[in-house]
Design a protein around this ligand. Sequence first.
Ligand code: HDD
Length: 664
Amino acid sequence: MEQENKKKQQLEDYTVEDRDKALTTNQGLKMSEDEFSLKVGDRGPTIMEDFHFREKMTHFDHERIPERVVHARGTAAHGYFESYGDASDITMAKFLSEKGKQTPVFVRFSTVAGSRGSADSVRDARGFATKFYTEEGNYDLVGNNIPVFFIQDAIKFPDFVHAVKPEPHNEIPQAQSAHDTFWDFVANNQEAAHMVMWHMSDRSIPRSYRMMEGFGVNTYRFVNEDGVAHFVKLHWKPVLGVHSFVWDEAQKIAGKDPDFHRRDLYDAIEQGNYPEYELAVQLIPEEQEFAFDFDILDPTKIWPEEQVPLRKLGKMTLNRNVDNFFAETEQVAFHVGHVVPGIDFSNDPLLQGRLFSYTDTQLIRLGGPNFHEIPINKPVCPFHNNQRDGYNRQTINRGQVSYHKNSLQNNTPNPVPRANGGYEHYQEKVDGRKIRARSQGFEDHFSQARLFWNSMTPIEKEHIMKAFCFEVGKVQSMDIRKQVVEMVAHISHDLAKTLAEKVGVTATIETIPEETEMKQSPAVSMYTNPIRFVETKKVAVIIQKGEEAKPLIEALEAAGIVVEIVSDRQGTLGDVISDHTFDTASPVLYDGLIVATKFEDALTQRKVETFIDEVYNHYKAIGYTDEDVIQVAYSKAPGVVKGLEAFIDALATDRHFDREYAIG
Ligand code: HDD
């Protein structure tokens, strides 16, 4: 249960209710007319005097701000984090210091490459950025749903982003990596190999923001009161488990409902189905920095969970939608440098560069240095310093003094020592020559790409292979296709050979030594230990006479399933209400389907069969009430079942992939 939420209280001071109020200008002047500009005669020209027209139009003309240079498309929610216990043995962060301690949070999920108006279901990494409003200041954990990154050094970030974004000469394609510049970048910057394997896997087409993991990606440090430090990696584990679309479905959803993920999160919260994620940490003591066969500062490497186990720290619950998308979701400003005592940085060169970029980008995006005063960004604890002025300054700092040191104000605001909560950077001893070079420990680009491939179940391998064929098959340059195949040959000869054949290139695979070592990390597989559940899954029920369906619908809802009725018309159908027709609904928008009727009208029945085909082709559960309503071939296939109980069981399995081999 959530206790008093300080952030919610703070935001209420800024929240305005416009309902039932008189219309005024921004100066508070009530207006008697808002439909007509001030003219000379009712057919004459508009006159300069019309301050109301000018104010309204000027505000409108300035409504847009630049979208985020990456992660432009996103959605967000409020909630709280609750600590499982006292983690003071590893960090002095107060929000982790006692069991049951709650901290308000704001989380923004996003895609990376697409523009603000792009579709949600595209193949892409997903951003998972959390702002903890702690009593010691804001702590931002700015992560993704994939634990590694494309590049090792932040100086390459502009190159990578230029390559994945739409191509500059024609701005095509939108929100996709299936094009020449992306794959040219990958083939020529082979540190991307491991990330590309994740990117081609089903991880990059998540079913829901509620059903994906989050990773801090970079290596950070936890420091306790005694100054003892551990290298750490942070993880979010969704309570519902990790679940994905299939690729054909994801592409269709992009057209049928480009807001799919946004809507899914919003609806779940409105329905009281609050998404939950557990925060966990992997810890490596300082003295074991070099104890692994990978470099722990390399952001293209995971720390296999089997080698470095997870310790769970607490749980986050998202329980409130935003009141205003722009004010909150668009204006929230995350930064990896927003930390609290007990959380520190490593020399991971990607993280070091991020520490510059995030504040810098807010300056242009939010129009100046006072973005911390925007309500969504404001800490819930007091903040005082000698920074002043700038565009849109809101704080009214009283007094004569805005400098340190001073005597007029008794030298305040004053820095405080660590013992009193002052942030002190971890005193790492650093020694070296200035050099622009890749660390030797960062040179191996393929071992973990292979580890990932070897850890996949057969169906995951097949999906990765198909994703490669799709993406590389869209590349126009045959030379780039060949380069990619040769890169992939360092990961798996089988994968490279299939890819070469499918995309029509002859590549020199045999000359690349085949790696025989078969290390695995089962934790990276989505399908090795899937979580089965039905609660919050969305099911379409096809009926035409409502009175027969009411008990069925009630039983589904009692199991926590979200039900929508689809029929040949909307509105009242006996004693239930039909939500959709076959035109307003789409089979790709549901996790499962129950067919409870057969239509006499041949055209309508054809629509039902098309609906069933699509659900079937995407391996989703299908229930039927009677043999008459389903084709015989389907009724014998896995995951196509008769009766309610069998359907609920079939729905708990996300996808019945064995269907592909059962018939057809
Ligand atoms: Fe980044 C946004 C995650 C590397 C520079 N990044 C951004 C967001 C997420 C991430 C989730 C969206 C935050 C929001 O919702 O507002 N970024 C990552 C992860 C990375 C990563 C997990 C690899 C470990 N990023 C990265 C590098 C740089 C940036 C190497 C530059 C050196 N990222 C930015 C940015 C953005 C951003 C340009 C765009 C909008 C923003 O910051 O606020 O500064």
